[in-house]
Design a protein around this ligand. Structure first.
Ligand code: ZN
Length: 231
C-alpha cells in the first residue's frame, strides 16, 4: 500500500476535525504529500469514517490514480496546485462555520492576535469560483501566498502544514482567529454601533512595531513548544 503512514495520519485527522465540529459529513477534503505522491480523501466519503484503505494515491505531476479503488476528491486540482506552489506536506480543507461566515462578509481576518504571525499574517479570502475548478485552485493559491491558511468565499477554509497534524493545527487556528474576530466585531457593534459608522470601533489590530516585537521575542526564546527549566 502506497503512503501507509500518510493514510493513517489522514484518517486520524478526519476524526479529530469531526470531533471538534470543523467538518460535517462529506464537506471537506484532506491530503498528504511525500515526494511525487499525494494521498487524498475520496469524493463523497464521510471524513470522520475513513479507513486507510479508502484513501486514493495520485501522482503530483498529473493527478493520475496510482493506488486505491475510490475516485479521489473533486478538489484534486486545488490540492495539486497548492503543492506545486508551496513546500507543504499536507493540506486540510473544510467548510468550518466561522471561517465560512467571515468569508461571506469580509475580505480578510485582520491581524487581531500575535499567533497569526505563525500563519503568515492576516488571512485572505480567496474569491469565489465553482468547486473543483482550476479557477478556484488559482484563487486559493494566490490567497495562500506567504500564508499557512486562507478563507474561501461562499465555501470554507484551507490550511497547509509540514505534516497532516500541523495542517489541522493551522486550520483550527484559522477558525479560532475567525471566531474571535467575529465575537469582537459583534460585541463592538452592540456597544458602539455599526463598525464603519460614526462612533464605530473596529477590532484592534496589532501595529507593525508590535508584530516585529513578537518576532524578536520568538527568536530570542522560542515559542510553541515545552522547555526544560534552566535550559
Ligand atoms: Zn469544499
Amino acid at each position: 500500500m502506497l503512503l501507509a503512514e500518510e493514510r493513517e495520519a489522514l484518517v486520524a485527522a478526519g476524526r479529530r476535525l469531526a470531533a471538534r465540529g470543523l467538518v460535517i459529513g462529506t464537506s471537506g477534503n484532506l491530503s498528504a504529500r511525500r515526494d511525487d505522491l499525494v494521498a487524498v480523501t475520496p469524493t463523497g466519503a464521510v471524513i470522520s469514517e475513513l479507513t486507510a484503505e479508502d484513501l486514493t494515491v495520485i501522482s503530483l505531476a498529473d493527478g493520475a490514480v496510482l493506488d486505491g479503488a475510490l475516485e479521489p476528491t473533486s478538489e484534486v486540482p486545488m490540492h495539486l496546485a497548492v503543492y506545486r506552489a508551496t513546500g507543504a506536506g499536507a493540506i486540510t480543507h473544510t467548510h468550518a462555520t466561522t471561517t465560512t461566515a467571515i468569508g461571506l462578509v469580509c475580505d480578510e481576518v485582520p491581524m487581531i492576535h500575535y499567533v497569526m504571525i505563525g500563519l503568515g499574517g492576516p488571512l485572505r479570502v480567496a474569491p469565489y469560483a465553482t468547486y473543483g475548478t482550476q479557477q478556484l485552485a488559482e484563487h486559493v493559491v494566490a490567497a495562500l501566498s506567504g500564508r499557512q491558511a486562507a478563507l474561501m468565499r461562499n465555501h470554507g477554509s484551507i490550511a497547509l502544514g509540514s505534516t497532516v497534524a500541523k495542517s489541522v493545527d493551522n486550520l483550527e487556528l484559522a477558525e479560532w482567529c475567525a471566531e474571535t474576530y467575529l465575537r469582537a466585531a459583534t460585541l463592538s457593534a452592540a456597544l458602539h454601533g455599526p463598525l464603519t459608522g460614526p462612533g464605530g470601533v473596529t477590532p484592534r489590530e496589532l501595529t507593525a512595531e508590535e508584530q516585529a516585537d513578537v518576532i524578536n521575542q520568538v527568536l530570542a526564546g522560542g515559542y510553541g513548544g515545552t522547555k526544560k527549566i534552566g535550559k
